[in-house]
Design a binder for this molecule. Sequence first.
Ligand code: FAD
Length: 384
Amino acid sequence: MKVLIIGGSIAGLSAANSLRNRNIDFVIFERGRKRAPKNGGGIAVHNDTIDYLKTFPVDLERLNEILYPMPVQLDNNKNGGIIRMGDIPFHSAHWAEVYNLLADSIPLEKFCFGKELVNVTQTGDGVEAEFKDGTKIKGSVLIGADGILSTVRKLVFSDDIVRYAGYFAWRGILPKEELSEELPKDTFILEMSGSCHAVIYHLGNRINWLVYENVDNGKEVYTTQEQVLGKISRDATEQELLDFKQMVSKEFRPLLAELFTKTPLPFINHIYDRDPANHYRKERVLLIGDAAHPVTPHFIRGSNMAIQDGYFVGKLFDSDHKKWFSDFEKQRVQECNDNVRIAKQLGRLKQGLILSGKDWTLQTNAKEFAEIAGDGIVPKFIEE
Ligand SMILES: Cc1cc2nc3c(=O)[nH]c(=O)nc-3n(C[C@H](O)[C@H](O)[C@H](O)COP(=O)(O)OP(=O)(O)OC[C@H]3O[C@@H](n4cnc5c(N)ncnc54)[C@H](O)[C@@H]3O)c2cc1C
């Protein structure tokens, strides 16, 4: 059995680690020319995900060092008043540190960089991947771990429609000593201002933050992958930065406005997902991670699902690929698709957008929000 993995990021690397545990032969094809640079932002890692990571052949001491405890969630109103708090099963980590941990445990000869997949052909006894440089590689099965704008999904599943959520995220990281006052440590802070919201948490001595801003009154847009290319993550223009500084000074309390405006070069992530799919497999091809179930960030599940998918790729391995992929779907489809739906709902609620015909303004509806949000925290309400 030879497994071709397309995409060498969180999902692809997790699958590779898990296949290593089972001594299954694999090769990772990544269109990037080298290992990912040390960029990106923070991610919240679920305690279950940490248990899965611990089964991989990674450096466990280093795993402990890159995870920071984050057992509490605080939901604040616009003035910083606590409206809800609860226990959450998460740690925080920097995306690049998780990436490096996963990548460093894979032998270099298992990576092929600069390989952009352009075609997939399935034959009775195998699969052939064709790359932009003209090379063709044969394998027994192919795993598409090539992210939200998955070429594998487009080619094999004839699905290239993504959903723009109607808003984007500003993201940044500031060393904590640069802020004039301390923010609560070990805490996931959700700051809701009615028509936008912010997320703030520590990464050791750094403070990671996101501010979500509606576009065109939060209008959702279904579009093709081609129309999105290059527009997911980008640097802000000077004018956008100026407008952002004005906006956060109006929408958030002074300490948070200071955090957001002091951060050098925050970047922009446009928020997309896809409607849930019923199948992640087709004959000898399996989708995992964002290629299978891209999700908005509000249920903090994207990277977690990518790692968990990877874990189950190895755990459920069977030399009969039909059984292997069918067992994978049984294990993953329902849970992942539920996460996509919950995250979509949470995003619209937190952005004060209309959901099922009702207009939510969170600042005054915290209890109602908690009742329908389904975000998994056990709330203890603080009266305003
Ligand atoms: C604002 C924001 C905040 C987030 N916060 C969190 C969080 O707190 N917690 C969390 O769990 N998740 C979070 N996520 C989600 C998380 O970033 C993604 O879900 C996760 O990184 C998906 O990993 P992946 O490996 O499936 O895809 P990707 O990371 O997109 O990797 C796909 C890989 O495939 C490669 N590739 C693409 N096309 C080809 C091709 N044709 N040929 C070869 N290679 C190809 C790409 O170069 C890339 O390396 C957040 C996302 C956003 C936008």
